[in-house]
Design a protein around this ligand. Structure first.
Ligand code: SAM
Ligand code: DTB
Ligand code: SF4
Length: 327
């Protein structure tokens, strides 16, 4: 009986890796029960927010992120570098995403950071997509204060910038940019008044303690990110992480549940990796409090479940798409 009683939690800013790890290690059904109870106190049950991704500038990236198909340092991933798309083309893709039921449109670029010469096109894209009535999100790498202000002024609702993993595993994955650099960009995004989308990747060979370390970092951001993408590594041939052994799906479920409990007001997005996941694993992730997904046949460079598979899954689970929040 006592196991069904929620654990006493420290104040939002007080998570440590050890307290998060203890939560993550609870019997799975206790963890799921608490995560779903937390979810129902903060969100409408059975509703899932739909976001669609578009790669507005693909490949040729100078960074060395070990998981990424788009790094110029990993020869042989088969990804060809493109130029930044024209705003009109982006708008067309956003219209399609809206027609397919997405309420948020996320535009991603394979950059270390945007160049000044790109800013006029980027701000035009934001303004036009927003005019369609979609929420706007961009992920462009590191931002300085002026760039963050310009994107906010154009109407950007969210900026995605991930911490990716725990500080003590980070150097195994990325060396061209420091953890501190990521935190600095997140501060600029907040300072400019935008909402923060920040999460990470699991299944890169990190330990459970390191997954807990990532959640502690995210939950201790003050305030916590409004949106928390949990990506499962999509192993890509030609990258240093291509042969990483697959993660136990129940570790993904534990990570999602822990994120939900530690960040009760945040949207927790079951992000990359759904194509490789079976339906029962996805169902457990929703039970664990995931309430956002990417829809559309592609993520940035890798496949995502087709619309009919997601429609079928939603029907079988009794899930409904969330409507766009009022501005
Ligand atoms: N270049 C920008 C940056 O890294 O800040 C934005 C685009 S980047 C592709 C966005 C995020 O996608 C990364 O931070 C990482 O968390 C996720 N990602 C990239 N490749 C992935 C993969 N193979 N599997 C899972 N997640 C991945
Ligand atoms: C995030 O956390 N996941 C998305 C989004 N932010 C930009 C990207 C997933 C990329 C998966 C690998 C690919 O398609 O290249
Ligand atoms: Fe570049 Fe982003 Fe890929 Fe890293 S994750 S290599 S910064 S596109």
């Amino acid at each position: 009986m006592d196991q069904a009683i929620p654990v006493t939690r420290p104040a939002p800013a007080g998570w440590t890796t050890t307290t998060v790890q203890a939560l993550m290690a609870r019997p799975l059904l206790d963890l799921l029960f608490e995560a779903q109870s937390t979810h129902r106190r903060h969100f409408t049950a059975n509703e899932v927010q739909l976001s669609t991704l578009l790669s507005i500038k693909t490949g040729g990236c100078p960074e060395d992120c070990g998981y990424c198909s788009q790094s110029a340092r990993h020869a042989g991933t088969g990804v060809e570098a493109t130029r930044l798309m024209a705003p009109a083309e982006v708008l067309q893709a956003a219209r399609q995403a809206k027609a397919d039921g997405a309420t948020r449109f996320c535009m991603g670029a394979a950059w270390r950071n945007p160049k000044q010469r790109d800013m006029p096109a980027l701000t035009e894209m934001v303004a036009q997509v927003r005019d369609l009535g979609l929420e706007t999100c961009m992920t462009l790498g590191m931002l300085d204060a002026d760039q963050a202000d310009a994107l906010k002024a154009a109407g950007l609702d969210y900026y995605n910038h991930n911490l990716d993993t725990a500080p003590d595993f980070y150097a195994n994955v990325v060396t061209s940019r420091r953890y501190q650099d990521r935190l600095a960009t997140l501060r600029e995004v907040r300072q400019a008044g935008m909402r923060v989308c920040c999460g990470g990747i699991i299944g890169m060979g990190e330990s459970r303690r390191q997954r807990a370390g990532l959640i502690a970092q995210l939950a201790n951001l003050d305030p916590a990110p409004e949106s928390v993408p949990i990506n499962q590594l999509v192993p890509i041939a030609g990258t240093p992480l291509a042969d990483t052994p697959a993660l136990d799906p129940l570790e993904l479920v534990r990570t999602v549940a822990t994120a939900r409990i530690c960040m009760p007001d945040s949207m927790v997005r079951l992000s990359a990796g759904r194509q490789e996941m079976d339906d029962a694993t996805q169902a457990l992730c929703f039970a664990a409090g995931a309430n956002s997904i990417f829809t559309g046949a592609r993520l940035l460079t890798t496949p995502n479940p087709q619309a009919d598979r997601d429609r079928d899954l939603f029907e079988r689970l009794g899930l409904r798409p969330m409507s766009v929040p009022a501005r």
